[in-house]
Design a binder for this molecule. Structure first.
Ligand code: ADP
Ligand code: MG
Length: 249
């Protein structure tokens, strides 16, 4: 697999009026084309900060990031689907294209095709409140895909959903990401979700974070995330991650 980017000795400090907060101490890792990577770590350890730096929404303090592809595009998916309630599903999913003034026929056709492929075409003219939380998350993913990102960035994407819907939607979202051949980097506090969706999982220490471990998740077969939970190695990885997150220095 080709490298998409390398993070080299990244450090991040926040400066407030009175204080200096070291959020990220020292992080280095690579992201490969087509992989699904999960990041887990204690609350407040710097996970969202890392994603914001990676996607150029925030600046790093020290270190650097090497991007191996020109104009590498990122698409964000957050825990809130931030759907506009007064716009229809169709208007919501093409909003990004309109704002960027790239609502060409080709791009609009692509969005139609995505809605069609993932069972949402018949809801085009509905309003967000008419859809379940899980469907809204799929719509949010399609809105992100409309802009043809190379890398999907998911920050606790399913944490607002109830357990059952979270399972179902993570299966759906996983399928879409794989079929559209995207690279993904996901922050989650759900260890089972991290193991069942990912090719690799990074565990972080508490703030200021460094990398504790990087695990390559090996399975007998690559199935759906729900099926992957039944893999014989699942509990082995779960124990490793749990130990990393509960171990006190
Ligand atoms: P996580 O996503 O892992 O829960 P964050 O990356 O959001 O954590 O935050 C990491 C640390 O940096 C926290 O202690 C948080 O309070 C601090 N922090 C985040 N954003 C800012 C900011 N804009 N100014 C100052 N401190 C911040
Ligand atoms: Mg966060």
């Amino acid at each position: 697999m080709n490298k998409l980017l390398s993070i080299n000795n990244l450090q991040k400090k926040y400066y407030t009026k009175t204080d200096e907060i070291l959020a990220i101490k020292d992080l280095s890792f690579d992201l490969y084309d087509g992989e699904f990577m999960a990041i887990v770590g204690p609350s407040g350890c710097g996970k969202s900060t890392l994603l914001n730096i990676l996607t150029n929404m925030d600046k790093l303090t020290n270190g650097n990031i090497t991007y191996y592809k020109d104009n590498l595009k990122f698409g964000y998916m957050l825990q809130s689907d931030s759907m506009l309630d007064w716009k229809t599903i169709w208007e919501n999913v093409i909003l990004g294209l309109e704002i960027k003034k790239i609502n060409t026929k080709e791009n609009l056709d692509y969005v139609s095709k995505l809605l069609e492929s993932y069972g949402l075409a018949e809801f085009k003219n509905c309003y967000p409140k008419e859809l379940s939380g899980g469907m809204r998350q799929r719509v949010a993913l399609i809105r992100t895909l409309a802009l043809k990102p190379d890398v999907l960035v998911l920050d606790e994407p399913f944490s607002k959903l109830d357990y059952q819907s979270g399972l179902k939607v993570s299966d759906d979202v996983y399928k879409i990401i794989k079929q559209e051949k995207k690279t993904a980097i996901m922050v989650t506090h759900d260890l089972a979700q991290a193991i069942s969706l990912s090719d690799r999982v990074i565990t972080l220490t508490k703030r200021p974070c460094t990398i504790k471990n990087i695990y390559e998740i090996k399975r007998d077969k690559n199935l759906t995330p729900i099926e992957n939970r039944k893999d014989k190695n699942f509990s082995y990885y779960y124990d490793l991650l749990w130990k990393d997150l509960t171990y006190e220095e």
